[in-house]
Design a protein around this ligand. Structure first.
Ligand code: IMP
Length: 436
């Protein structure tokens, strides 16, 4: 049975949650492989809204196994709260349905304090992080002083590591960042120990679990978080997150080899959004931008910040196609474009050196790039009821055909509203003829 990765092609918030939720029906295992609770996957199921930050979106289907891979950074308090929040709403979340890699790194309270203090210290050149401690936790992982879930549940070993880190970070916070933010609240250690007890039953060897499932013919859905342009290596550095949202990281972040992936589905919003700071070549700072922001309810599902909005950018999408080996696209929020007279697509960038085919790695060069636009006629009618491609207005069909032609990637799914039903399926990524 095919294994599929779903990844974001832009700056995150493409609507991956809905697409993963939709495809979960065809998978047996759903695996998160990077990021942490900086992500916020919004799902609308039977008129009930769920926002998941850590638990894979597959949890809303009763019989699926959800795994959090080694590449994810886990805030134990957030995980515990998310589990209890889901249980209160009648969703079964037990260790038979949710497991976490023993190798996943834990976000400690001092990571959050450092994230916030660093942003403060950056003054006017803030990254605009979510403040969830993601970057500092990945730093400790790479610096080989992190605390993995397996270390967290070993009480004595944990305290030793925790205290050593705390003492180092206290000095850094005070003397380098000049911050007097408390690194540790009263009773924090007891809370952490209690959390480690509660999370112990969820510990697993995710890599082995996936291999066993695949060997017995089961299908895996790898759920990406954030988006390609936020990738620490390939995104608009330094205005990026601290993990690799590209598809290749499904392998290192879950503990599988690259041959396991049969299909990579890139989720792309019908326009572009970005939260936080950083270059955004097709950003609209006019009434059309406000229209998209308001009509698309473009607020961050983790921080509630307003998202910046702009036109569809084919340089960004072609980057995503190359960096992720995209097999197909899932276009989301097409309905938000209804009512615009003209829709613009950025087909390339130009700067003083001429046409830029790819995203320049230099931020300064990228900032000098001007988008080259192609204008297409819009459509006025609402499209939320369309259930097949032919039911879409001709101008919407033309817009989608143009995206396919300019990106070189076929469209598999089109989302015309937030609910599961509001989807047009051109090709199911789990059908064997959809895989590449
Ligand atoms: P961090 O991941 O909290 O360190 O934030 C780094 C940058 O990535 C900031 O610009 C955030 O707004 C952005 N970011 C992180 N996670 C997401 C996400 O899930 N969606 C959109 N942007 C994100």
């Amino acid at each position: 049975m095919p294994n599929v990765a779903v990844v974001g092609t832009q700056w995150g918030d493409e609507g991956k949650g809905k697409i993963v939720d939709l495809l979960t029906e065809y998978a047996d295992l759903i695996v998160r492989f990077q990021g942490g609770n900086n992500a916020g996957h919004t799902l609308l199921v039977q008129n009930e809204k769920y926002i998941l930050h850590l638990v894979p979106s597959g949890i809303l289907y009763p019989e699926k196994l959800c795994l959090i891979g080694n590449g994810v950074v886990v805030d134990p308090q957030v995980l515990k709260n998310e589990i209890s929040g889901l249980r209160e709403r009648g969703i079964e979340v037990t260790p038979s349905r949710l497991r976490v890699s023993a190798r996943a790194h834990m976000i400690m309270p001092y990571h959050k304090a450092l994230d916030i203090a660093r942003e403060e210290a950056r003054g006017r050149v803030k990254i605009g992080t979510t403040g969830r401690g993601i970057g500092p936790c990945y730093e400790d992982k790479v610096g080989r002083r992190g605390i993995r879930l397996i270390d967290f549940i070993d009480r004595q070993g944990f305290m030793k590591r925790y205290l050593a880190n705390l003492s180092e970070k206290e000095k850094y916070l005070r003397y380098v960042l000049g911050s007097d933010l408390p690194l540790e609240a009263e009773g924090e250690r007891e809370t952490l120990i209690e959390l480690s007890r509660e999370l112990a039953p969820y510990v697993s060897n995710v890599s082995v679990e996936i291999q066993k499932a695949v060997d017995s013919g089961r299908s895996v859905l790898f759920e990406g978080a954030q988006g390609t342009q936020l990738d620490i290596d390939h995104g608009t550095y330094p205005y990026v997150t601290s993990s690799n949202p590209v598809a290749g990281s499904a392998c290192s972040g879950a503990g599988v080899g690259p041959r396991i992936l049969d299909c990579v589905l890139g989720v792309v919003k019908a326009y572009t959004t970005r939260v936080g700071a950083g270059v955004f070549p097709t950003e609209l700072q006019d009434e059309t931008g406000t229209y998209l922001q308001e009509k698309g309810a473009e607020f961050g599902s983790t921080t509630g910040r307003k998202r910046r909005c702009g036109w569809q950018d084919m340089v960004v999408l072609r980057e995503a196609a190359r960096l992720n080996s995209l097999s197909g696209l899932a276009i989301t929020k097409l309905d938000v474009l209804s009512g615009l007279d003209t829709i613009r697509i950025c087909t390339g960038y130009e700067n003083d050196e001429g046409l830029q085919e790819a995203m320049p790695p230099s931020l300064e060069e990228l900032e000098k790039c001007r988008p080259i636009y192609e204008d297409l006629p819009g459509w006025s009618q609402p499209i939320g009821e369309a259930r097949s491609f032919s039911e879409l207005p001709m101008n919407a069909q033309d817009y989608l055909h143009r995206i396919e032609a300019l990106s070189g990637v076929p469209i598999y799914l089109i989302s015309v509203g937030p609910s599961r039903e509001q989807t047009i399926t051109e090709r199911n990524p789990f059908d064997s003829d959809s895989t590449t």
